[in-house]
Design a protein around this ligand. Structure first.
Ligand SMILES: CC(C)(COP(=O)(O)OP(=O)(O)OC[C@H]1O[C@@H](n2cnc3c(N)ncnc32)[C@H](O)[C@@H]1OP(=O)(O)O)[C@@H](O)C(=O)NCCC(=O)NCCS
Length: 211
């Protein structure tokens, strides 16, 4: 039986507890450098890493910040914890041939198509549609209501904002950020920041350009 520690004690942790029940977790660790704890019903919040880890064998990332997720999983791996088996809401439908790697979480009302692949620590929030043959790298966060069409590829460490649309066959590189409501119709390289409909690339830290 996996003893799963939530890494994060904010809104996403509360959502995961609501989805899977407090009994699914042995505690929630809040990293004081990254987060303040909010309300996590029925689960003990720890801010001492050593005692949080001592009760756990596995972990699940409970933050939507890519930076926090990368740092937290590295810390957990160093402590000898393993990514939890995928947690999938019973209201979601995964095709029989969909592959979800360890650490994966699928919220309510998602549709995950055939021959899809979601890397380690993939997070599909509520209402995500993942079209057939889509391939997501490790630590990809897809926010509520995003629609990712068939054959799309998304590089590791990317964040797809709520209600974004990714057109069929496009490929996003690693560490991309897609803004809320963006309609991505073309492929984009690593570290792209994409907003609008049709999506344009914003130079990171600068003014929008047509890209
Ligand atoms: C894309 C995003 C990360 C950009 O954040 P940022 O780097 O702080 O960018 P800024 O707010 O400085 O905006 C830069 C420009 O892009 C525009 N812009 C930002 N987000 C946009 C969006 N989603 N759609 C269209 N334009 C957007 C801004 O209007 C601004 O344009 P201007 O320079 O012409 O005024 C953020 O706006 C976003 O959409 N995040 C996703 C949030 C989300 O879905 N959360 C789900 C919760 S789990």
């Amino acid at each position: 039986m996996e003893k799963v520690l939530l890494l994060g004690a904010g809104a996403l942790a509360a959502d995961l507890i609501d989805l899977f029940g407090a009994a699914a977790f042995v505690g929630a660790y809040v990293d004081p450098a990254f987060q303040r704890a909010t309300h996590v019903d029925g689960v003990t919040i720890q801010s001492d890493w050593a005692s949080a880890v001592s009760a756990a064998s596995h972990y699940v990332l409970a933050s939507s910040s890519i930076e926090h997720r990368a740092r937290a999983s590295a810390q957990a791996e160093r402590a000898g914890l393993h990514p939890a088996s995928p947690m999938v809401s019973p209201t979601s439908r995964l095709a029989r041939t969909a592959k979800l790697a360890p650490g994966g979480v699928v919220g309510h009302f998602c549709a995950v198509g055939p021959a899809t692949s979601v890397g380690m620590h993939g997070l599909l929030m509520h209402g995500v549609v993942l079209g057939h043959d889509a391939v997501l790298g490790d630590n990809v966060v897809v926010c509520a209501g995003a629609a990712i069409a068939g054959y799309v590829k998304i590089g590791s460490g990317s964040f797809i904002g709520t209600l974004a649309v990714l057109a069929p066959n496009i490929e996003l590189g690693r560490d991309c950020v897609v803004g809320a409501g963006a309609a991505c119709l073309r492929s984009a390289p690593h570290r792209s920041l994409l907003v609008g409909n049709p999506a344009r690339r914003l130079p990171v830290g600068g003014a929008p350009d047509a890209g």
